[in-house]
Design a protein around this ligand. Structure first.
Ligand SMILES: Nc1ncnc2c1ncn2[C@@H]1O[C@H](COP(=O)(O)OP(=O)(O)OP(=O)(O)O)[C@@H](O)[C@H]1O
Ligand SMILES: [Mg+2]
Length: 544
């Protein structure tokens, strides 16, 4: 009661509200808990996580974004860090763990500054300046990648997979990724673009990881419609049809009255004739393989088999489009219009039995603009992790292809950026200087986490790295296997520049956004203000 008046209720009953430093600390703690939960997975010696969902399904992975997508996060600030991982994944496919750890570290350093009474807006201002400078520094240490430099592209693919459990097969998988990307890459307006939709991934449990292969063509998860059709067609001439090889049933209920047995014959003959004609059109075009998006009548199947034409029915639309890209065929809607000009080619079409299923392999296409990768592996979990790792590898190679620039890993680039930022901070002066310095220290979380996960002393490593970079060794990073500070360019630990650039941008955006919040108003059931679900420091959280 103020001055005898009744208090005015603005917020709904049950709304929780937290203001000022309390809100800030809670948000920071929640976000840091997320960062800590993935920290132990960073780098070649990082560990994996086993995640079990409410249905009991198990996922075993090292992939930052997969881990964060799987765990049910409630706190709004923690959700923002999950978003960072997702953005990183969408933009470059790799570096999700790095981006999240960096955001967590930026917030940790900010918290220390808030405690010293530096205002959050000053910190966010400083962070923004630092991020711009950091991206400049990144460009400064970048190395050009020529799109035909296969060796370097293989190194980039290998680096992205070294931390995954599939690491033992990374030479093979890197080759698969580079071959696939090089096949589908196209030059548009003088710029290379890679659309990874043109890389089809087919997973089949069984065999071993080393049976994983790229096929210069497409795999269709269907067998030939008739058992008498050839199982193998060399020099295939392929027709793609998206209408049915069936006699259309009328939409209206019509009744035909037959008074004479010959009339019945004529009627059935007519149907047969129509189907025969359809098959003749296919035959006349010169096609010996037919992919049909719709159905094929039993009788038409029989005629096709007699003509030794390999036919598959009810092929998915997306697969038809890939077939068109891979073989150069035109998708024909009206069968009558099919001519030899519409046909595509492939050296070989084969029906193969993989695991329990029969599939059609369209292989050895000339210059295919869509290709397939067949993933094999002992268990479902292995197949899934190969899929995720291969996706990372395909993404980094694509991004390197498109941007034509890369940086060195193992913490070397982070250290170089930190060094440049410290010099810059001194030139800016004022209160922002402290924030820029904090940003520089936050960048060092990359080599620190890499060393921690490798069982090395992070302080020793950091001191040695700082000295090396001060002495002008801009590629000096930590070899987590030997524990030595070495030249990462010589070690061939290479990453596309976009991974680093995006990690800095999205980590800064998330940190700044969380820092600027001083009031959390959560309606009933909303997660705000409750504090982190997981305790800060994943170690006690049961996550690690
Ligand atoms: N041989 C190596 N020696 C030292 N560091 C390495 C080596 N190979 C890779 N790294 C470093 O490991 C880090 C990448 O680790 P990891 O792949 O686990 O995480 P991420 O790429 O950030 O996230 P994710 O792959 O889960 O999306 C990079 O900083 C990279 O430079
Ligand atoms: Mg990675």
């Amino acid at each position: 009661m103020i001055n005898g008046q009744t208090p005015i209720l603005i917020l709904k009953e049950g709304t929780r509200r937290e203001k000022g430093k309390g809100a800030q600390y809670n948000n920071i703690a929640a976000a840091r808990a997320i960062a800590d939960s993935v920290r132990s997975t960073l780098g070649p010696r990082g560990m994996d996580k086993m995640l079990v969902d409410s249905m009991g399904d198990v996922v075993i992975t090292n992939d930052g974004v997969t881990i964060l997508k799987e765990i049910d996060v409630e706190h709004p600030a923690a959700k923002m860090l999950v978003e960072v991982a997702k953005t990183q994944d969408e933009e470059c496919g790799d570096g999700t763990t790095t981006a999240v750890i960096l955001a967590g570290e930026l917030l940790k350093k900010a918290e220390a500054l808030i405690e010293q009474n530096v205002h959050p807006t000053v910190i966010s201002g400083g962070y923004r300046l630092a991020a711009t400078k950091a991206r400049e520094a990144l460009e400064g240490v970048a190395i050009d990648v020529a799109h035909d430099n296969r060796e370097v592209l293989l190194d980039i693919a290998r680096t992205s997979m070294i931390s995954k459990s599939v690491s033992s097969s990374r030479d093979l998988l890197a080759k698969v990724a580079v071959d696939a990307v090089s096949s589908v890459a196209e030059k548009k307006d003088g710029k290379w673009v890679v659309d990874d939709d043109n890389i089809q991934i087919v997973k089949k449990q069984g065999g071993s990881m080393d049976d994983t292969q790229m096929i210069s063509g497409i795999i269709i998860d269907k067998e030939a419609v008739h058992s008498a059709m050839p199982k193998r067609v060399e020099n295939a001439k392929i027709a793609l049809i998206d209408s049915a090889l069936e006699v259309k049933k009328t939409e209206i209920d019509a009744k035909i009255e037959i008074t004479d047995p010959t009339q019945l014959h004529a009627f059935l003959d007519e149907e047969e004739n129509m189907l025969r004609k359809m098959v003749d059109i296919v035959k006349k075009s010169g096609a010996n393989v037919l992919f049909c998006q719709k159905g094929i009548d039993d009788l038409a199947q029989h005629y096709l088999a007699k003509e030794k034409i390999y036919a598959v029915r009810r092929v998915k639309k997306s697969d038809m489009e890939k077939l068109a890209k891979a073989t150069g065929a035109q998708l024909v809607t009206k069968l009558d219009d099919l001519t030899s000009k519409d046909l595509g080619t492939a050296c070989l079409i084969e029906e193969k039995k993989i695991a329990e299923d029969r599939m059609t392999f369209v292989t050895d296409c000339k210059n295919p603009k869509a290709v397939s990768i067949l993933i094999r592996g002992g268990t479902e979990h292995v197949v899934d992790e190969i899929d995720r790792s291969l996706n990372d590898a395909i993404s980094v190679v694509s991004v390197a292809f498109e941007d034509g620039k890369m940086v060195t890993g193992g913490g070397s680039t982070a250290m170089e950026v930190a060094l440049k930022l410290r010099d810059y901070a001194a030139s800016v002066g004022g209160r922002e200087q402290i924030a820029i310095d904090a940003f520089a220290s936050a960048m060092e979380v990359v080599p620190v986490a890499l060393s921690e996960n490798a069982g090395l002393d992070p302080i020793d490593v950091l001191i040695e790295l700082r000295q090396a970079h001060k002495a002008g060794k801009k590629y000096a990073g930590i070899n987590v296997f030997t524990g030595k500070v070495v030249d990462m360019k010589k070690e061939k630990v290479l990453e596309p520049i976009r991974v680093g650039r995006q990690a800095i941008s999205s980590a800064t955006d998330a940190a700044v956004m969380i820092l600027r919040i001083d009031d959390v108003i959560a309606s009933k059931g909303g997660g705000g203000g409750k504090g982190p679900k997981m305790p800060p420091g994943g170690d006690e959280g049961g996550m690690d």
